[in-house]
Design a protein around this ligand. Structure first.
Ligand SMILES: [Zn+2]
Length: 422
């Protein structure tokens, strides 16, 4: 950024240069073999204009989506719902740091609506810049151990951020005690009974540390913190609010995705989209950045699922077809968390007898865990080699974050070489 103080006009012109430079970089990056490009483009824009995110947000109605699990899926559902009202800017690839938000807003400068998925640790920074109309807060559980943040400290930081935005409506999951505690200081909260697949990190009260009383869909603590009365709830394939039941027929599997959809519907309502229109649009979403998609590779029909922590696995285990061969692929790069000890909190014992292969850069870690769970398996670090070791036909694939993207690239390259049919 130029050091001398710029006039308003010069500032706008410079801001435009910064956005164009970022877009140019995004366009060039894949051509130079430097990857997808949206993040690096956003970084270039931010390097030239530190206030780019705030400037790009002016005049738009922006909804942020955050939480430990389901951010990408929920933001895709919400973006589909909002598109019924006009063009939507969206960081659809899941680049959920400020640079990803800048890239998404740069790429759709005419969109008056935006859905921005935000990493839990960056909500304060992004909200400060974009002044969102709503923040959707899905759940808070342990994610990547070596990011050095306990769930409670993440919740504390979030609650401070929410308190700074009295005009923003917070859509919060009433079933997650940590989310409720984080959302308490917010001025406007819409509580949603979206369900939780995992309570392993919240058996004690986030407010006082006592043991929570849990039962019949309710939870409460002696200190007074308790499940708020929800105004929306996810019930048997429908969203219920104000006595009205709207059927939600998703193409995405699982009870937790219905919860994500109802959270998205509550967010869409704040932006002016009616539940029926939102539900119809969300029903057309077939996959989310490759997740839930089906890909052929040789004689195997792979269903691709992503799970990156114990809570994600708790939900994913329920989706796996009984006895269908399974590939589990685990990496431990920075974006995954370097520590794989979370694998010991996943109840792999529930898998039961089926052909299982362990793959990925940390295949020995997942292999060891499966051995302790008594699950017979083969360990082959190379994912395509591991697939080849499984019986032909349908295979469920569950990978964590960088493993998922690595596998997608390998499968695409193999398809390009004629090793696979579409
Ligand atoms: Zn308490």
């Amino acid at each position: 950024m130029p050091r001398r103080k710029l006039g308003t006009r010069a500032r706008a012109a410079w801001s435009d240069v910064a956005v164009r430079a970022g877009l140019g970089t995004s366009w060039l990056s894949p051509k130079l073999g430097l990857g997808g490009g949206s993040i690096i483009g956003g970084r270039v824009t931010l390097a030239l204009d530190r206030g780019a995110l705030a400037r790009l947000a002016v005049g738009r109605r922006i909804v942020l989506v955050s939480g430990t699990n389901g951010k990408t899926t929920t933001s895709h559902l919400l973006a589909a719902a909002l598109r019924t009202a006009g063009p939507v800017a969206h960081n659809s690839s899941g680049a959920n740091m400020p640079d990803g938000a800048v890239a998404a807003l740069s790429a759709a400068r005419d969109a008056k609506l935006a859905v921005i998925e935000v990493d839990e640790l960056h909500v304060a920074e992004v909200a400060e810049a974009v002044d969102p109309v709503a923040i959707v807060l899905l759940n808070l559980s342990r994610d990547q151990l070596d990011r050095g943040n306990e769930v409670r400290s993440v919740a504390k930081a979030l609650s401070q951020a929410l308190a700074h935005h009295p005009e923003t409506t917070v859509i919060a999951n009433a079933d997650d005690p940590m989310v409720v505690w984080a959302a308490l200081p917010a001025a406007h909260v819409v509580w949603v009974a979206a369900g939780v697949g995992w309570t392993g990190d919240v058996t004690t009260c986030p407010q006082c540390g006592r043991t929570l009383a849990v039962g019949d869909g309710h939870w409460a603590c002696e200190c007074g913190l308790a499940r708020p009365q929800p105004t929306w709830s996810a019930e048997d394939g429908a969203a219920v609010t104000g006595g009205t039941r709207t059927p939600v027929a998703l193409n995405l599997p699982g009870r937790f995705n219905l919860g994500n959809a109802v959270m998205a519907m509550a967010g869409a309502a704040v932006a002016g989209v009616e539940p029926a229109a939102a539900a119809a649009a969300m029903g057309a979403v077939q996959e989310v950045a490759g997740r839930y998609s089906t890909v052929w590779h040789g004689r195997h029909e792979l269903r691709l699922l992503l799970a990156k922590n114990p809570a994600g696995w708790a939900e994913t285990l329920g989706l796996l077809d009984e006895a269908r061969p399974l590939l589990v692929m685990i990496n431990a790069r920075e974006a995954d968390g370097r520590d794989t000890s979370w694998l010991w909190d996943v109840p792999f014992e529930e898998l039961g007898p089926r052909p299982v292969a362990a793959a990925g850069e940390r295949s020995p870690d997942i292999g060891l865990r499966l051995s302790y769970a008594g699950i017979e398996h083969t360990t082959v670090a190379d994912p395509l080699g591991a697939i080849a070791a499984l019986p032909p036909g349908k295979v469920d694939v569950v990978a964590n974050y960088t493993a998922f993207h690595q596998l997608q690239r390998r499968l695409a390259a193999a398809a390009g070489n004629g090793e696979s049919r579409a």
